[in-house]
Design a protein around this ligand. Structure first.
Ligand SMILES: Nc1ncnc2c1ncn2[C@@H]1O[C@H](COP(=O)(O)OP(=O)(O)OP(=O)(O)O)[C@@H](O)[C@H]1O
Length: 288
């Protein structure tokens, strides 16, 4: 339905994305990569806020830049930082955006009730947003992206500022939405997408690394994830010889989770998790 064809993006001489091709159908896609990998760049091209340096993006076979408003009316977008008016209530703010989108007022009012309900903000619809927590503001942002009931929903780090309960509710909402549309969300937080994404898209060295289900990604590390207890003296050697995924201090030593290319005597083999894949693939990069 949405096809990215050999898209490259340069900022001057700086290469941000290199020859990325992928296809998105209805479902939830998690764009998972460390900060600076090019997630925002890709998303901005998908919502026509930026043009690829080369390559193109097609929606149902037609170039999105040519479809123009016809395509734009079908997308919902939550930018990483979105502007809102703190003296407005969510209803006023959404009415304003609906007017900009050309929605008739009565239809907009009904739709606003629906989307505020979806993000659990109906009870504060008449409260000024200046009193809202970061998580509530983020939910207003999600509501505005849903206003036109988009076919393509693009959310740039939508869970920033959400507390664990809000994150759980949000995951539930996205799985619902993904049944009938394309939902693409970027994050560097594995748990945001692990349970809901039909596929995970990973970018590394400006290129598409993987576009696979969580199961397929984890399969890649099958038989190579081990856990064991290491005493403190041996720890530097373990760190030198292996990719260490996690360390947890315990009595008289450290519980270490690592990747081993060969069987580890006395260590317990573990089922790989998405977090392991993320830490392994981005091991030389800063992970935040
Ligand atoms: N307008 C710009 N001019 C020059 N370089 C840019 C510009 N926008 C982004 N970049 C660079 O391109 C790379 C990719 O940026 P991008 O914002 O797409 O990454 P990201 O994965 O979304 O990270 P983050 O989550 O930190 O925003 C970064 O190295 C960034 O510094």
């Amino acid at each position: 339905m949405l096809r990215v064809e050999q898209v490259t993006k340069k900022y001057g001489d700086f290469l941000a994305l290199d020859n990325v091709s992928l296809e998105l159908k209805n479902g939830v896609y998690g764009l998972l990569a460390p900060n600076g990998a090019g997630k925002t760049t890709l998303m901005k091209m998908l919502v026509t806020l930026m043009k690829p340096t080369s390559g193109r993006v097609l929606f149902k076979g037609e170039e999105i830049l040519k479809l123009d408003e016809q395509y734009r009316s079908r997308i919902g977008y939550l930018p990483q930082h979105f502007g809102y008016y703190k003296h407005y209530t969510p209803t006023q703010y959404l009415l304003y955006l609906a007017a900009l989108k050309g929605m008739p007022k009565e239809a907009a009012k009904a739709r606003i009730e629906e989307v505020l309900d979806q993000v659990a903000l109906l009870h504060v619809k008449k409260k000024k947003m200046k009193k809202f927590s970061g998580g509530m503001i983020q939910r207003v942002g999600i509501a505005q992206a849903l206003l036109n009931d988009p076919t393509v929903l693009v959310l740039d780090e939508p869970t920033a500022g959400l507390d664990p309960k809000e994150r759980a509710r949000f995951r539930h909402l996205l799985s619902e939405l993904g049944r009938t549309r394309i939902v693409l969300l970027s994050t560097h937080i594995v748990s945001d997408v692990e349970s809901i994404a039909n596929e995970i898209i990973m970018i590394k060295n400006q290129r598409l690394l993987y576009k696979e289900s969580v199961g397929e990604l984890c399969e890649r590390l099958n038989g190579r994830v081990y856990e064991g207890k290491v005493d403190f003296e041996r720890l530097p050697i373990i760190r030198r010889d292996h990719v260490v995924l996690a360390e947890k201090q315990e009595q008289n030593g450290m519980l270490v989770r690592l990747i081993a290319e060969e069987a580890m005597q006395g260590w317990e083999q573990k089922e790989p998790q998405l977090e392991d894949v993320f830490l392994y693939e981005y091991r030389e990069e800063e992970v935040s």
